[in-house]
Design a binder for this molecule. Structure first.
Ligand code: CA
Length: 230
């Protein structure tokens, strides 16, 4: 699945150049030119990396960075800052408010893509835990096994991936679209109804072993894994 890069840059030619380079290198992109809108889009689309310009209308890059780091659902997303400011103090300030890396303008798009790849590798190794756990459910990723209260839960590959997404962020509500992107990928066409079917199977498999209900349905919005589902 192609990683999604959110490019937050108000200078259009610059944003276009970045979009072109990233897409050429096998990434999906989302470009936003305004700070306030950027924060909303990041919350909605949960990109894999944010490329963030320092000077923006609406909210500055530094403010966006700080806000991303304060929000539970998005605080894990790696951020790379674009700064026109070569002074060391400013670069350090970017890192202090939570950026993971920065490049100083003018930069080469090639270098930026390389840095984004490096960030992705790092964030994967942090996320690469072998076990995920919530309530009485334990997921052993390397052995591809799931237990609930110590009893084995038998899941098909799609249900396994769905559970992995849910357990990655317990209580967070995922829309069908989120789940489609994360489990099936952005390149295939799958009907929303398919998501419902697989979530239903996952729910059934978990309940077969032990109650109470863990998969919560939020009508018209989506699903989450939640101990208070009932
Ligand atoms: Ca700018």
């Amino acid at each position: 699945m192609k990683p999604l890069i959110c490019i937050v840059e108000d200078e259009l030619p610059q944003a276009e150049l970045l979009r072109y380079n990233f897409e050429n290198q096998g990434f999906h992109t989302l470009t936003v030119g305004d700070g306030l809108e950027a924060l909303e889009r990041i919350e909605d689309e949960l990109p894999d990396v944010v490329v963030l310009d320092w000077m923006l209308p609406g909210l500055s890059g530094v403010e966006i960075c700080r806000k991303i780091r304060q929000q539970k659902e998005i605080k894990h997303i790696p951020i790379i800052m674009l700064t026109a400011r070569g002074e060391e103090g400013d670069r350090i300030r970017g890192l202090e408010v939570g950026a993971d890396d920065y490049v100083v303008k003018p930069y080469s798009p090639k270098e930026l893509v390389a840095r984004v790849r490096a960030l992705l590798r790092r964030s994967k190794s942090v996320d690469g835990e072998e076990f995920l756990e919530y309530a009485n459910v334990v997921m052993d990723l390397s052995a591809h096994k799931v237990t609930r209260g110590g009893e084995p839960v038998h899941l098909g590959p799609t249900e396994f991936q769905l559970l992995r997404v849910f357990l990655g962020r317990p209580t967070r509500v995922f829309s069908r679209e989120n789940l489609l992107d994360k489990v099936w990928g952005r390149d295939v066409y799958v009907e929303d109804r398919t998501v419902d079917v697989h979530v239903g199977r996952l729910r059934k498999a978990l309940n077969l072993v032990k109650g109470p209900e863990l998969i919560r349905t939020i009508r018209g919005v989506g699903y989450s894994i939640d101990q208070d589902a009932q």
